[in-house]
Design a protein around this ligand. Sequence first.
Ligand code: C2O
Ligand code: CU
Length: 446
Amino acid sequence: LPAGSVALGGGPGRASGVPVSVADLRGSGPPAPGGTVRRQVLTARKATVRLASGRVIEAWTFDGEVPGPAITATAGDLVEVRLRNADVDDGVTLHWHGYDVPCGEDGVPGVTQPAVRPGEEFVYRFRAGQVGTYWYHTHHASHVGVRKGLYGTLVVRPRDGRRADGSVAAEQVDLTLPVHTFDGAVVIAGRDGRTAHPAPPGVPVRLRLVNTDSDPHRIVLAGTPFRVAAVDGRDLNQPGEVSGVALHLPAGGRHDLVFPMPDTPVTLVVDDDRDGGLRLHPPGDARAGARVGDTSGLPELDLLGYGTPAAVPFGLRSAVDRHFTMVLDRAVAMVDGRPAYAQTVNGRGHPAIPDQLVARGDVVRFTVVNRSLETHPWHLHGHPVLILSRDGTPSTGSPLWMDTFDVRPGETWEVAFRATNPGIWMNHCHNLPHAHQGMMLRLRYD
Ligand code: C2O
Ligand code: CU
């Protein structure tokens, strides 16, 4: 096998001896009719970045910016991103978090490609088939690289009603808001402290929240009722209006909040910090008013009961073809020849955790049990999972598709997905230090 490629094992019914290289599972072909090719170059480099507050951080960046340049496309476009590495010695890749790209575009070093070293480049190509809010980040030593700034957002808008360049109509406010912590302080879309944005009364507003940290954030939208229109890029079915609730946004997760702009200010409060966050205000009315009360007592919205049930595209009771149980814990294991704490799945740490083998077309069910005292944001590459239940209580609202779901201490989650995107897929905790400490395995099929 050529370097950097990995043989897929012969699945059931597959003649062995004909290795399929994951690196060959590439995105190709033209855009859909009416779509365009969206070419972008991203250069990874170290940079000193001055935040809005004047605070200076030493970051690892794409194009000198934190977050990296926003990538936007319209459904059906072909996204082509040329990644270059200027001076990030460790190497870098691009992983399209939540986007179901062909496996060879997935950006996992040592699995789908070699890491891109200084002076090298790699070109990613994929059809923008899913509408919604996603993000990209390096997947090489990501517990360091993402924290230092190697991430950005990916937003794909529907083709109807959009301008040809993919931008939003002027009579809307559509903000993509990656939330990231630098040196202990929260930064929203590259701006720290309290920032303000004008929004005319009556216009539809969409706030696309993206948690690029390794810990969850608690989000409160004060000053208006709103709907959670989408979770992890996928629209919810008939989400109802809510107010006076907090949202729990897992590491890696995204929530799209929508509401018509009222004629008074609206404030997005992160982690109950009333001095930070984002304020929307009627144009010309940037007054500091609309004080936000104490948000720390607000109850959390439970997404497992939110929205309206609808049919899902596979039969769960009749056809669960594979079932894996993953027990998450922390244990002492030998790491580099010394005993150290490891984050474990079924008592083992990566790379000693056996691969999960499935067959194309299977409905696969995961039971994820958290026996540890920490929250584990579970993330499967290449497929959204349908949330079935938490602690035995079924999900009763809208079908809830997530690519990163928080399994809190003591909880058990059941999820399912359809294996329709062959390759080798990482299945891991998105608390990136946990993944680095062993909480990561691979699922594969051809
Ligand atoms: Cu967002 Cu394997 O990662
Ligand atoms: Cu974890």
